[in-house]
Design a protein around this ligand. Structure first.
Ligand code: R5P
Length: 288
């Protein structure tokens, strides 16, 4: 078994290779003067089960192309099996035509990964589980929510409640809460009038309680900032947020903190200062 580290996932690749007690290859990656990529796998992969680990986070298009080059090279060099480990799958939110004529970009992304030579695919908390059905090779979507729950459980909250950022995140909130032995709910938007929408927890009272807002992705931070405002007005004690994918565009982290959120806890599906939980054990278990 060999782990090939894509440039977007160096830490996770190293952690995965350590967990699997297998060889870690850092491919040679350069750019030609005109901007084209040069990719070289400088080790023998013939007959091996190779895992190419590469998140397709920002810069999404570069990371996606690098992933495809590595998959194709490993496959052409005679690897027995080439697993595409794509912890964060870009374009997953464009999974239908919201307006006539739109490209369903996640369809194209899945075709690219498969055609490049993936024998199978592993993703983490993909936006909608059904996306994996776009692959005709086996595709496995794992969830980091129990790992996040275990981490959060160590933070010793006071009477915690776990809230999905919206109805779509309620299942994720439940998985986190089960690990914490906490209550869970989700935030719901209610239209009061054509001009006024209010957001509030569907069932539970958050007054004097520590609240963890859970989502799959935190991108601009807009969702968490809005949720934090509401929860503060309802008397929440400490507000925290947790996600699988800390995309954190621009000044998202500062905006979230300025809104009174004490911590943003994410995983290393995207490697940055919020990635405090590693999904390496999760991937290693699934590979085993
Ligand atoms: C949307 O459906 C996702 O689950 C997240 O809620 C969304 O991507 C968060 O985006 P932002 O941080 O920009 O509000």
């Amino acid at each position: 078994m060999i782990v090939i580290a894509g440039s977007a996932s160096p830490e996770l690749s190293a952690r995965l290779a350590k967990q699997l007690k297998c060889q870690l290859i850092k491919p040679e990656l350069r750019r030609f003067p005109d901007g084209e990529f040069y990719v070289r796998i400088g080790a023998e992969v013939r007959g091996e089960h190779v895992m190419v680990v590469q998140s397709t986070c920002h810069p999404q298009n570069d990371n996606l192309v690098e992933l495809c080059f590595l998959l194709d090279a490993a496959s052409e060099l005679g690897a027995r099996r080439v697993t595409a480990v794509v912890p964060y799958l870009a374009y997953a939110r464009q999974d239908k035509r919201f307006k006539p004529g739109e490209a369903i970009t996640i369809h194209t992304v899945c075709k690219m990964i498969e055609r490049a030579g993936a024998s199978d695919v592993v993703t983490i908390d993909v936006h909608h589980e059904e996306i994996t059905r776009n692959f005709s090779v086996p595709a496995y979507n794992l969830t980091a929510m129990p790992l996040l729950g275990r981490y959060l459980n160590g933070l010793r909250f006071k009477d915690p409640v776990v809230l999905g950022a919206d109805r779509g995140a309620s299942g994720r909130a439940k998985q986190v809460a089960l690990e914490m032995g906490a209550e869970y709910d989700h935030l719901e938007k209610q239209r009061i009038s054509p001009e006024k929408v209010v957001m509030q927890p569907k069932r539970l009272n958050v007054a004097n309680r520590d609240v963890v807002i859970v989502d799959d992705i935190i991108s601009t931070g807009g969702t968490i900032v809005e949720a934090a405002k509401v929860l503060q007005s309802q008397g929440a004690r400490g507000i925290y947020s947790a996600c699988a994918h800390p995309v954190l565009v621009g000044k998202a982290l500062q905006k979230i903190r300025a809104a009174g959120v004490r911590r943003v806890i994410g995983t290393d599906t995207i490697e940055n200062q919020a990635s405090v939980v590693s999904v390496a054990p999760l991937i290693a278990n699934s590979i085993h």
